[in-house]
Ligand binder design. Structure first.
Ligand code: THG
Length: 317
């Protein structure tokens, strides 16, 4: 077994460590306008209330890192991404996972990011490797490497391993440390290929054995187009944790998913004295007795701009 590497990401004031012997790090996926009409409309109006609310709620629910995606058709992504990051930063100190395929947007985001960011993502395409690896190096960021290349998304295990190997080779060659590379072998929908889940899980397991790197996946992808998605997502994420995923991108606002992550950590010996499991249990019990005590509004204060208009809510510390 290869050694277990620690990826560290940081905001200005908070550090998160990802390691196979530590509790699973949830990367909250909600700040992503893809498929969310209301959020898109709000962003088009230059408003960020949903974004702020989602940020606070995800962190409260257990996300340690927030994925930030600003892909709204026909909007200026570099500008919007920076605006969203600023809005989220007003309400939480969680580090960001900058989710963009737009090079200008990525650069603008890295420029204003305080701390050590996580870039989501580079892949095995020549053009991406050449553009993104030097940026990661320059800004000292960690990065997610997706197992896609110029030939597309491979459906077999061997091609995924070889693309991961290519990304790792190229990144380490320019001086990016191995522990700063997180591989995403890509979870595709079992709705379109019934073997997609199995291939993803086998990929995770083999990547860990071969490279020892930290692993992520967009775990909600697995259930696209299938009913009762929560049950599938929760089961898949628990299995992926057993296979070696350390920082899944998922929806922490879904209780089934968060419970599956906590239970998997407990079963994997990553939760000493079951303290995370028990404190989550106590929180739920408390919420049942006083249903409002965990609403977003509790523990928040109004954020007002200079004219006194509400700019959203800020959690009190
Ligand atoms: N790998 C990496 N990054 C990724 C992905 C990945 N980033 C994007 C995506 N995949 C992960 N993020 C999401 C975000 C939302 C959903 C799935 C994955 C999702 N949204 C609901 C839907 O479309 O049905 C809508 C949500 C809502 O309306 O509230 O499922 O694979 N590295």
């Amino acid at each position: 077994m290869v050694e277990s590497l620690t990826t560290t990401v940081r905001s200005g004031s908070k550090e998160v460590s990802i390691n196979r012997n530590l509790p699973t790090v949830i990367i909250g996926e909600r700040i992503n306008p893809t498929g969310r009409k209301k959020l898109q409309e709000e962003l088009r109006r230059g408003k960020f209330d949903i974004v702020r609310k989602d940020a606070v709620a995800q962190v409260k629910a257990g996300a340690a890192i927030l994925d930030i995606n600003a892909g709204v058709p026909q909007m200026d992504e570099p500008v919007l991404l920076v605006e969203i990051m600023k809005a989220v930063r007003e309400v939480t100190d969680a580090p960001f996972c900058i989710d963009t395929t737009n090079l200008k947007a990525l650069e603008a985001a890295l420029k204003i990011y305080e701390g050590k960011a996580l870039i989501n993502s580079v892949n095995g395409k020549e053009s991406k490797l050449e553009a993104i690896l030097p940026l990661a190096k320059e800004y000292g960021a960690a990065l997610i490497g997706l197992t896609i290349d110029d030939k597309g998304i491979p459906t077999d295990l061997e091609s995924r391993l070889s693309i991961a190997g290519k990304i790792i080779g190229r990144a380490t060659k320019i001086g990016i440390p191995l522990e700063d590379i997180i591989i995403d072998p890509l979870a595709l929908s079992i709705g379109t290929d019934h073997k997609a889940g199995r291939i993803a899980l086998d990929s995770v397991e083999t990547l860990v054995k071969k490279f020892g790197v930290n692993i992520t996946m967009g775990c909600s992808n697995i259930s696209f187009g299938i009913p009762e998605r929560s049950a599938i997502n929760a089961t898949f994420i628990a299995m992926a944790i057993r296979c070696g995923i350390t920082c899944p991108i998922t929806n922490p606002l879904n209780e089934q998913i968060v419970m599956a992550v906590l239970a998997a950590d407990l079963c994997m010996g990553r939760d000493e004295y079951a303290s995370n499991w028990i404190s989550a249990y106590r929180k739920r019990e408390k919420a049942k007795q006083a249903p409002d005590s965990f609403s977003f509004d509790q523990g928040c204060e109004d954020i007002q701009d200079r004219t006194g208009n509400s700019q959203g809510r800020r959690p009190q510390v």
